[in-house]
Design a protein around this ligand. Structure first.
Ligand code: SAM
Length: 244
């Protein structure tokens, strides 16, 4: 009997489920959602509150400003949402490991993650450890909540799912896919404010076009992202003072 294939699923735990699908409901991701290529489940953390006021937060132990999401409420929300052990459990967090295209590709290749969206000053450390949440950051800045960060991660994954981008764009040429930023793109009109499209792109010579694009991608990456350039496979590691 053929193995049952399940569609990629994003389960989002949030205090604001009404924010979803939001931008994920339009364009590429939205069409794929409507046609069932992926599934979005936004669950309200507050449904797991147990007191009369449905409280989800409390003041930080040790004092300080703001509120902290309670471990007991969030753990209960995770436990009812996620019964399978093989789905990654992510917590959107500015303290997390920065999201990369290679981590996105791994997440897109799996069953789909459960994603916790923080609010307030963050969430109780004990639930991060007890439920083995992987902290993921979308950049070195602080958002007011994890929802927009979760949408960013989901959007990046969904466009890599089979059937979403179609044949036109495979994603293999894009920024980060080969450890490089993408080369510049041009389209009609042939001249814009006195600037022509580079002649080589109109030559019809596919080998020269490919070589030009590779050179442009390398030059851009070297100039703008020396960190990416240095990390390319085969690059020599810069000599450190401890080297002999
Ligand atoms: N007090 C926390 C700190 O300084 O690390 C910031 C909390 S922030 C106001 C509230 C929530 O927004 C976080 O729990 C997280 O879920 C989300 N968030 C904020 N910035 C983020 C980022 N750069 N990447 C991912 N999630 C982020």
């Amino acid at each position: 009997m053929a193995a049952e294939t399940k569609n990629w699923r994003a389960t989002v735990l949030t205090l604001f489920p009404e924010m979803f699908p939001g931008p994920l409901g339009v364009s590429l991701a939205g069409k794929a959602l409507a046609s069932g290529l992926w599934v979005l489940e936004a669950r309200d953390i507050r449904d797991s509150a147990t007191d009369r006021h449905r409280s989800v937060d409390d003041t930080p132990a040790g004092g300080g400003p703001g509120m902290v999401l309670r471990a007991d409420v969030l753990a209960a929300a995770i436990d009812v949402a996620d019964t399978s052990s093989d789905r990654p459990r992510l917590l959107m967090s500015p303290r997390g490991r920065p999201l990369t295209q290679s981590r996105v590709a791994e997440l897109a290749a799996g069953a789909g993650p459960l994603i916790v969206c923080g609010r307030f000053e963050g969430i109780d450390q004990r639930v991060i450890e007890a439920r083995r949440l992987e902290e993921v950051s979308i950049g070195d800045y602080v958002l007011s909540g994890g929802e927009i960060a979760a949408m960013t991660l989901i959007d990046a994954c969904v466009r890599l799912l089979p059937g979403v981008m179609g044949k036109l764009a495979s994603g293999t040429d894009e920024s980060f896919s080969q450890g490089l930023l993408e080369y510049p793109q041009y389209t009609r009109p042939q001249e814009f404010e006195g600037q022509p499209i580079p002649e080589i792109l109109l030559s019809g010579d596919h080998a020269r076009v490919a070589a030009w694009r590779q050179a442009e991608a390398e030059a851009l990456t070297r100039a703008r992202r020396p960190d990416l350039w240095a990390a390319r496979p085969g690059q020599k590691r810069p000599k450190s003072p401890t080297d002999g």
